[in-house]
Design a protein around this ligand. Structure first.
Ligand SMILES: Cc1cc2nc3c(=O)[nH]c(=O)nc-3n(C[C@H](O)[C@H](O)[C@H](O)COP(=O)(O)OP(=O)(O)OC[C@H]3O[C@@H](n4cnc5c(N)ncnc54)[C@H](O)[C@@H]3O)c2cc1C
Length: 337
């Protein structure tokens, strides 16, 4: 069984779930990493260090910027000449687009956002959550090669063995780009919740500290946002200490406390960290669908009847403005920081 694994990266900054895809590929047999870009030697070497049996590299100035046309054409040309049984991708906006285009070239189908994949003879059965995770759908693909984008953090990441070497084969770029990238600028808030191992999230409760006196001259709404920012500062301190990311409920985002990039839930990001700490979040179903796959959920809430406690492994009933800083201090001591 030969599997191609597309290693997704932005200018050499690798999407970590590419390695989860590589680990999955290895469990089926030979894993061939596929790397596209310009000056991507380091990405190719890292693929070997994560266990790729071979790396095919299209290193070409025409691939310096991701463009669906060139990337999909290069991939479909490679697949047509190497005949892999399966092509795996981490699920990202780029891979959803290029996998779909390459699948059209190869006259096959794409299984997207796969959370489990079982070999069944020379076919595969993919499991993917639908209806906000309420139903798990089983899908098979009759085309060849089978293409699948895998859900981040749904599969284990293989060990990294620094310095591990292997075969890197240069291949040609294909296709002509119809679009040109004029430039990039960092977005206001580059938050990568999908890959975070630890997320500390704040909800509407972060604005609820009546003992905080806002600066003079603020109206009621401004005072609420100011209070919420003090609450989010505590949430952020804990997240930073633990090396995690900051999440939020929609109420916090709609309230203007924090940007949408942080929102977890049905209309935000779906996350699956090892640890999710919910601070001042009630646990509405639309929030739960975004985080209930976390391995350990900790809830901090004043209301002992808040629904979040039904999902949480550990619950602290109390005021987050006292609990969160106390937790941060305790963790600082524990971690020796
Ligand atoms: C179509 C649709 C899509 C939606 N998508 C999303 C989504 O993607 N993500 C999402 O989160 N929501 C989503 N929602 C909104 C969702 O229904 C809830 O309104 C929202 O999750 C509530 O956010 P919250 O828990 O922060 O606020 P609340 O429900 O108001 O809860 C605040 C909690 O804070 C606690 N609290 C207050 N003060 C303190 C304190 N000092 N210390 C400790 N605890 C305190 C309270 O006891 C309460 O439980 C969606 C709704 C709809 C209709």
């Amino acid at each position: 069984m030969k599997t191609f694994v597309y290693v997704d990266h932005f200018k050499g900054d690798i999407q970590p779930s590419s390695w989860e895809a590589l680990g999955l590929a290895k469990s089926f047999g030979t894993a061939v990493a596929v790397v596209f870009g310009s000056k991507v030697d380091d990405v190719a070497k890292t693929a070997l260090e994560y266990g790729a049996d071979e790396v095919l590299v299209a290193d070409d100035s025409t691939l310096g910027d991701y463009r669906a046309e060139t990337y999909a054409s290069t991939l479909s040309a490679l697949a047509a000449s190497h005949n892999p049984n399966l092509i795996l991708f981490p699920t990202t906006a780029r891979t959803r687009e290029m996998a779909a285009m390459a699948a059209v070239d190869l006259n096959t189908g794409v299984l997207t956002d796969v959370s489990a994949l079982e070999a069944n003879g020379d076919s595969f059965v993919a499991t993917r959550p639908i209806y906000e995770g309420k139903v798990l759908e089983k899908t098979v693909c009759s085309g060849k090669p089978i293409m699948a984008t895998i859900r981040g953090r749904a599969f284990p990441k293989p060990n990294h063995e620094a310095g591990k070497s292997g075969t890197i084969t240069k291949v040609a770029a294909a296709g002509e780009a119809k679009s040109t990238v004029e430039g990039y600028s960092a977005s206001e808030s580059a938050v990568n919740l999908g890959d975070a191992g630890i997320i500390v999230s704040g909800g509407r409760g972060v604005s609820n500290n009546p003992s905080l006196t806002p600066p003079n001259g603020m109206d009621e709404k401004q005072a609420e946002v100011w209070r919420a920012q003090q609450g989010f500062a505590l949430v952020t301190d804990l997240a930073k200490l633990l090396g995690g990311a900051v999440g939020a409920s929609r109420a916090a985002v709609d309230g203007g406390y924090i940007t949408y990039a942080h929102q977890v839930g049905q209309t935000g990001k779906v996350v699956a960290p090892d640890l999710y700490i919910a601070c001042g979040i009630s646990g509405a179903i639309q929030h739960l669908v975004g985080m209930r796959n976390a391995k350990v959920i900790v809830a901090i809430n004043k209301d002992a009847d808040a629904p979040i406690f039904k999902q949480a492994r550990y619950g602290v009933v109390g005021d987050l403005f006292q609990i969160v800083p106390a937790l941060t201090e305790a963790m600082k001591k524990k971690l020796g920081k």
